[in-house]
Design a protein around this ligand. Structure first.
Ligand code: MOS
Length: 761
């Protein structure tokens, strides 16, 4: 993966923004100096280990704790017999609460799903805790369960009944239009359960100081942890501090408050010692969330010119029994292409498993696999080039509501991508392209995603040395936001990037929302821009005042760059000296940004740790991309390789092309994993492959060449800075592009992911 230097046109005038900058925390991460939550060294730290349920549903009827208690170093073993009623209920984040699962383990003898926590063992060392946990005997009474979509007892409910805000997009008489369409594709497309598997496990470390609790935990919403824990434990939110310096990947996991955090906090309070929990990789498959399996019955009709005449998209996805969490996806599939007749219906299938959660581009990855496969099938049915087909169905407005897109660069992405990929070398006939014993196929697919934005606040301070300090309760999830904040402060205040200190991920800092929905950059840049404007005005006022270094100059004409304030008449003043001359307390400010249309109580919800992620109102603001894949399928063994992936993406103004490419290409590699490798198998109530030996993820060798092309997208309608966010854009559509390339290579249409060698034989 190469990174050339590139600036987008809008940023030519910028000194810093729009130019590539390596991430500031990179050296600490690669040299092992970076400190993660479970690295926190505290005196007298005790260690917890979990015991998890071995049945899919039922009751715990008894424990045999003698052997575990006799192990050296064991301090406590806590079960529902100790903790029933100790943790008060909180709702799911998406239902107005703070939790990523409202299930409360150790509250009763009930087992709601396989892998649920049934006991917590605490010992002086991690090894002792794990050894003792392995000796805890648990007796169960098993009950019938339904843990997979087709298990008897799975309860299918319309999403509209489960979630009051949900509605199924619809226009015209789609079923009749489909029946009358001259060209039709009708298929069932399926995607499996997937697990996030970040390198950093779902750890927590809880320490009490009197009645004040400090939690060190990798999370993408410290505010939700604070408020959720306070509610669970009957504390005032001010008594709970949550610290999360760096995160070893979230990828959509760590949405909000986890089930295990309160249990560890209670153990720490009982023992009068700080307690650290590092669960095993296997346990992370069940104590945290997952991407649910989806099933799509999709019917797409077109006229002989390739114009879509009907789209019916009925989808179902796995859900838990106790939370309404489910990801809507037909709002994207129904609005992507021009079509006069559209019908959609989404269903949740309630199962005996933990609540699913978001995983990078939660709905778009599975939903666009279905739609973009079907679009390819129509192209083959018509004998049309799939890019040409998409051009015939391009639209400047949402076909469902008629609302315009703020910008619609989808076909420009296809044009730039086709050029860079060499699409014109594609020979359309199936099997026409070979490389030795390998059948070669080219495939493409659209990527698209609505832009999200959320309220946030931050403190920005100019230092007497001529640097700056930025502090906010937002999070560095590995996306490079630390670097971007420093770059923007440099651009807007004239201080060097290297002299900007950034502190994130601490409830002691000004409140902010969750790092999710590709909204972090969009939200925080607007917040920072406000704070910098305030400080710039104060500096200018000081400089041009009588007796000031630039007395009498027009304050609006001042430029701040390279540590110097310059007046239009050529006079210059040292920035650090100006800062030192500011009145006490005015070298810093707290900026609050509440996006337009985010609702009257959006800021209150953010401060309270609840979800306030909004979308632009009025026009549809989306980011777009075009994915291209070259696939080789071995003629004898059926082995599938992807020597080349190329994506072209338009996502508004790009502030750091280096970080943008890293996000996009990382997403594309994950998309390859989603197409060919990743699947959590659910069998007789259990996840059967909960470890990295049997849950396959893409490695560098699977993705030898991955390129991201940045397509200019100057969008003045999306928000004042023209930002769209691109953390999730890169993964979307890769699975369909690969499936479409597999078809081109072999003539086999695979509608169920992952595509494994079995499907080629
Ligand atoms: Mo994303 S997985 O919607 O943060």
């Amino acid at each position: 993966m190469t990174h050339e230097t590139e600036t987008s046109p809008a940023d030519r005038a910028s000194a810093v923004l729009g130019r590539p900058h390596p991430r500031l925390e990179g050296p600490a991460k690669v040299t092992g100096r970076a400190v993660y939550a479970s690295d926190t060294a505290l005196p007298d730290l005790a260690h917890a280990a979990l015991v998890t349920a071995a049945i899919p549903r039922g009751r715990v009827t008894g424990f045999d704790l003698d052997a575990a208690r006799a192990m050296p170093g064991v301090l406590a073993i806590l079960t529902h017999r100790d903790l029933a009623g100790a943790v008060r209920p909180v709702k799911h984040l998406m239902e107005g609460g703070w939790a990523n699962s409202s299930h409360r383990p150790l509250d009763s003898d009930a087992v709601a799903y396989s892998g649920q926590i049934v006991a917590l063992v605490v010992a002086g060392t991690r090894e002792a805790a794990e050894a003792a946990a392995a000796r805890v005997g648990v007796a169960y009474a098993a009950a019938p369960f339904a843990a997979a979509l087709d298990d008897p007892g799975a309860e299918t409910v319309r999403l509209a009944d489960l979630k009051p805000a949900h509605h199924d997009p619809r226009r015209g008489e789609a079923e009749a239009a489909f029946a009358a369409a001259p060209v039709r594709v009708s298929g069932r497309y399926e995607t499996p359960v997937q697990h996030h598997n970040p390198i950093e496990l779902f750890t927590t470390l809880c320490a009490w100081d009197g009645d004040r609790l400090t939690v060190h935990e990798p999370t993408r919403y410290v505010g939700a942890l604070r408020h959720g824990l306070a509610a669970q434990l009957g504390l005032d939110p001010g008594q709970v501090r949550v610290v999360c310096g760096l995160i070893g990947g979230h990828f959509g996991a760590r949405l909000a408050l986890s089930q295990h955090t309160a249990l560890v906090a209670l153990a720490a309070r009982r023992l009068g010692r700080p307690v650290s929990l590092v669960p095993s990789r296997r346990q992370c498959f069940t104590i945290a969330n997952h991407r649910p399996e989806t099933r799509h019955d999709l019917r797409l009709g077109a006229d002989r010119d390739g114009r879509f005449t009907a789209l019916v998209h009925e989808a179902a996805m796995g859900a838990s029994r106790f939370d309404a969490f489910a990801m809507e996806g037909t709002d994207v599939t129904a609005s992507l292409y021009a079509c006069p007749a559209i019908a959609t219906g989404e269903r949740a299938v309630r199962l005996d498993r933990n609540t699913p959660g978001p995983m990078r581009a939660p709905p778009e990855v599975p939903y666009l696999f279905a739609l973009e496969s079907a679009v390819d099938e129509i192209a083959w049915a018509l004998g049309l080039d799939p890019i040409d087909l998409r051009r015939r169905n391009d639209t400047a407005a949402d076909p469902v509501t008629g609302r315009p897109f703020t910008t619609r660069p989808l076909m420009r992405c296809f044009e730039a991508g086709a050029e860079a990929f060499g699409w014109s070398r594609r020979e359309a006939r199936i099997g026409a392209m070979r490389a030795g014993d390998w059948r070669v196929g080219f495939g493409c697919a659209s990527s698209a995603r609505p832009v999200k934005i959320a309220p946030a606040s931050l403190r920005i301070a100019l230092t007497p040395e001529g640097g700056a300090r930025i502090e906010t309760a937002h999070h560095e999830i590995g996306n490079g936001i630390t670097t971007l904040l420093a770059m923007a402060a440099s651009e807007w205040l004239g201080v060097p990037v290297g002299s900007v200190a950034v502190r994130l991920g601490d409830t002691d800092l000004p409140p902010a929302g969750l790092s999710g929905g590709s909204s972090t950059t969009t939200s925080l840049m607007h917040t920072l821009e406000r704070g910098c404007a305030t400080l710039r005005a104060r500096l200018a006022g000081r400089a041009v005042a009588p007796g000031g270094a630039l007395a009498g100059a027009d304050p609006a004409g001042l430029t701040l760059a390279d540590g110097v304030a310059a007046a239009p008449d050529g006079r210059r003043a040292d920035l650090a000296a100006l800062v030192r001359g500011l009145a006490p307390g005015t070298a810093e400010t707290v900026a609050v940004f509440v996006p337009e249309g985010s609702g009257p109580d959006a800021w209150e919800r953010t401060r309270a740790g609840r979800l306030a992620l909004g979308q632009t109102e009025g026009a549809l603001a989306w980011a777009f991309g075009a994915q291209f894949a070259e696939v080789h399928v071995h003629a004898l063994t059926g082995e599938i390789r992807v020597p080349r992936l190329l994506g072209a993406f338009a996502a508004g103004r790009v502030l750091n092309p280096l970080a943008a490419r890293s996000q996009l290409t990382g997403g594309m590699v994950w998309g390859l994993g989603s197409a060919l490798l990743e699947e959590t198998q659910v069998d007789r109530g259990h996840y059967r492959n909960p470890d990295l030996a049997e849950y396959l993820v893409a490695s560098a060798a699977d993705a030898p060449r991955v390129e991201a092309v940045l397509v200019p997208d100057e969008d003045e309608g999306v928000n004042p800075l023209g930002l769209k966010g691109l953390g999730e854009l890169g993964i979307i559509g890769v699975n369909a592009a690969i499936a479409n390339a597999v078809f081109h290579a072999t003539g086999r249409r695979v509608r169920r992911l992952p595509i494994r060698v079995e499907a080629m034989l």
